[in-house]
Design a binder for this molecule. Structure first.
Ligand SMILES: O=C(O)CCC(=O)C(=O)O
Length: 293
């Protein structure tokens, strides 16, 4: 198992280190043994109840306020730009520590848990942008590829407002070839003919519930087909602290929140004092590049 930076430095381009590591947990605390089998066989578990009715309403109101605050900046950021703000926004930081969510995650990755990245995927009504079919692991420098993603629904998600779709069983195929996604897609990579790798599953979720998927699973979503219903979910990505990072991307782990246990050598983001959506360095670069044209 790759668990130190020394072994990561030895990874070659051909040996991507992108593999699914099955979960072996005979006594899960919150998941059922059947759900663990489903994670191993299909690459995801869904649906899972998570937030109470009051917490769900709080989260929706909180996200609505974040979107309003973002608009006040009047820069080029959009409804997908609230990415990696768990280090500047108290509400996101606290959601990453939600005990019910962490109990599910603990059953899959063990009692030491780090949230290393987060992202709201918000499709406004009639949003024309797809999230092209992709594997998270081909974007990320984390090795071994043990990240599990919690997708926490803020809005009710049904077929009409374009749920995330999973290609069941595709997580065991290693790194899958991709091409550049079309210009209007949310993310940059696209796996062509994804349905040849397995059966698509529509991740329909009531608000406040969640799914969990592994980073080697092919997934994506269509443009929002509904002209009245928003479709927003918060992704929280968790690893055990034994995961390392490829040498070119060490800073990725410096934004981790230690959620449970210890043993994480990369640091710990403390709870932010409030909500701060000021642009990240990569946004500033985009804005400067735009302004200099
Ligand atoms: O919300 C979506 O449509 C896509 C989310 C996604 O790609 C992810 O959770 O990794």
């Amino acid at each position: 198992m790759l668990d130190s930076n020394e072994s990561l430095a030895e990874l070659t381009k051909e040996d991507t280190g992108i593999d699914f590591l099955p979960i072996n947990n005979a006594q899960p605390k919150r998941l059922t043994p059947k759900q663990i089998v489903s994670f191993n066989d299909q690459g995801y578990i869904s649906p899972l109840p998570a937030l109470s009715v009051d917490e769900t309403q709080w989260h929706r109101d909180y996200f609505d306020r974040l979107l309003d605050n973002l608009a006040d900046f009047r820069d080029s950021r959009d409804a997908y730009s609230i990415m990696n703000y768990h280090d500047q926004c108290k509400g996101i930081w606290q959601l990453a520590q939600h005990p019910v969510i962490l109990d599910y995650v603990e059953d899959l990755i063990g009692p030491d848990i780090v949230c290393w990245t987060s992202h709201y995927f918000c499709k406004l009504p009639s949003d024309p942008k797809p999230v092209a079919w992709h594997q998270d692991a081909t974007y990320w420098p984390i090795r071994p590829t043990r990240t599990v993603t919690v997708w926490l629904a803020i809005d009710d998600v049904d077929i009409s407002n374009s749920p995330m779709e999973f290609i069941s069983g595709s997580h065991t195929l290693g790194a899958i070839e991709y091409q550049k996604a079309s210009d209007n897609a949310v993310l940059a990579q696209e796996i062509p003919d994804a349905s040849t790798y397995g059966t698509p599953y529509a991740n329909i979720l009531p608000a406040g519930s969640m799914s969990i998927h592994t980073s080697t699973l092919i997934h994506g979503s269509k443009p929002n087909q509904s002209d009245s219903k928003r479709r927003c979910g918060l992704t929280l990505r968790y690893i055990p602290p034994t995961c390392g990072v490829l040498p070119y991307a060490i800073s990725s782990l410096h934004r981790g929140i230690v959620c449970r246990g210890n043993g994480f050598p990369w640091g710990h983001i403390p709870e932010p004092a409030g909500e701060d959506l000021s642009p990240k360095p990569w946004h500033r670069k985009q804005v400067n590049a735009k302004n200099s044209k």
